[in-house]
Structures are given as structure tokens and as C-alpha cells.
Design a protein around this ligand. Sequence first.
Ligand code: DAH
Length: 339
Amino acid sequence: MKEKLQKIKEEALAKIQSSDNLDKLNEIRVAYLGKKGELTSVLKGMKNVAPEERPKVGQMVNEARAIIETALEETKKALAAKAREEQLKREVIDVTLPAKKNNVGHRHPNTIALEEVERIFIGMGYEVVEGPEVEYDLYNFEKLNIPANHPAKDEQDTFYINNEIVLRTQTSPVQVRVMEQGKLPIRMIAPGRVFRSDEVDATHSPSFHQIEGLVIDKNITFADLKGTLAEFAKELFGEDTKVKFRPHHFPFTEPSAEVDVTCFKCGGTGCRFCKGSGWIEILGCGMVHPHVLEMSGIDPKEYSGFAFGVGLERIALLKYEIDDMRLLYENDTRFLKQF
Ligand code: DAH
């Protein structure tokens, strides 16, 4: 019996020593200490042992069990430590590896151009205001002197929501909204998105942006309009820029003009950029029509003013010499990151 126990013990310890993973260790535990294990079967054979020998054999079995358990426990710890070490080695981080670059975005050319225009007018004491993109026909047309059957309404290929509501075709309705608030004098610009049912091409988009300008005060004359826009053009396109006012017609201004600036590429001698003319058209403007003032509750005998409307994309295209408006909307970062 004693030899048998000794043999079981040695065998178990040898197996434990040579086992190289936790699963194997567990198998050994079951094989020797489990319910159907070797040591248990020795205990079961006790009935064949002489009664006076039984306590001694029992003690021997317990000793063998304790030794095997300790060996199992120690090997388990050693294996776990080894596994952890290998894992750490496997997962080691190479801190000398170059970092992955984060792509930080930047402002869209439209935004850069808008902020430039805002900076110029804020410098002249203007306030920046906003109006709704979904607008009443009343504000987009009627109160700007464009009655129901006016041909200008057809020109502006409007998106109608219903008979009374449209996607604004211009930022000019913000003029009316500000005038109606009744706080005078007014010196404001109103940038924002406008909509027209236009086909997309190099110079058209069904949605684009304008910047409206409005000044109302006593004794405002065309000279103020001219001086203001000449200064604006110089700030935007350079000190040598000159402006030219061409008579035009807008229903809500009288007189009205379109403004050209000397080509900043050739300085006015004519090039491919200005199509040989030396001039580039940038905006529409005029003295606010007395009837428009009246409709918004301002007395045209006491007050006068001027207004202008600039296409934001047009400014961005000119300033950055982009030849196709579609590029501004495609969000191709290879294009956008150049500005
Ligand atoms: N709203 C005009 C358009 O979209 C542009 C414009 C012209 C605005 C003259 C004005 C102005 O304020 O005085 O074509």
C-alpha cells in the first residue's frame, strides 16, 4: 500500500512538472484527486486494509494529496506568470513609432470669403443680421416693389412652397424685415443662402449665397453708396482696385447700378480672366426706392438710403481664381485644402 501510494505520488509530481499549460494541469488534478481519481480509489480500497493500519494509511493518503495539491498550485502560479510575461511581450507598444496624423479640417472658401466681407463692413460700423431662408412671397417680392405680375418675378425661377411662401430667391427681403422693426438709422449686412430653380453649371447652382447691404439714415446720397463700395472693393481686391457704376434696373432701388471692379489679375488692361474687358462685375446696388421705404413704414421725405447685393460664391471664385462653381459644393478635400 505504502509503495503504491509512493508510486502514485511520484507519477503525479512528474506529470505536473512536465505539464506546460493550465488545461493539462487540470486533467492531472482530475486524474489523481478527482472523485474517480487514483488517490480516491486508494481510499476506497481501505476495506481490505487491516483495521489497525487504517489510520496510518489514511494519514499517508492525506499527505500525498497535500503534496500533489501544493505542486499543482505552484505549477499553476508559475504557468500563469509565464503566460502573462509572454502576453506583455506580445503586446509591447513601440513608442518610437510615428503617430497617426489627425486630419484637422479648415474653413471652406465660401466661409473665408464671407468672413472677409463681414470684417470689412463691421470695420465700417455695420451690423450683421440674418433672415429666414423660407420666406413670405410678400417680403421676397411684394414689399420690394415686385408685384404679382412683375416680369422680375419670372426671372427669379422661384421654388414655391405654396402661393404665399417661397424659398427666398435673394437676401433683399431681410432689408424689409429690418426696416419694419422701425429702429433707425440702419447700417447692416445680411449674408445667407438663397434658392433659384436653376440648372447646375459652372456659374449656376439652385442654392447659393448672397450678402445684402442696407444703409438708411438722414441725408444718405449716391455719393455715400459710391464711396462705401469703392472702399469695399479696395479692401477686398487690393488698394489699386477701381470701381465702375453702370446704370441698371432693380425694382427696389432708384436709381440702380451694377458695379464692376478693375480686373485684379491684369489691373484693367484686359486678360483671359476678365474676358479682355479689364472689368469684372461684382454686385448690384442702388438708392432704396421711396415706395419701398413707405411700404416698410419709413418716411422717404425724412430718410433715404442705399442697398447692395453681392454674390458670395462670385467673390470666392474671383478671389481664389476658381473657374467652376461646382467645385465649391463637391466637398472634395483635395480641392478644399488649398485655401
Ligand atoms: N437682390 C438682387 C438680386 O438677387 C441683388 C441686389 C441688387 C440687391 C440691388 C440689392 C440691390 O440690395 O440694391 O439680383
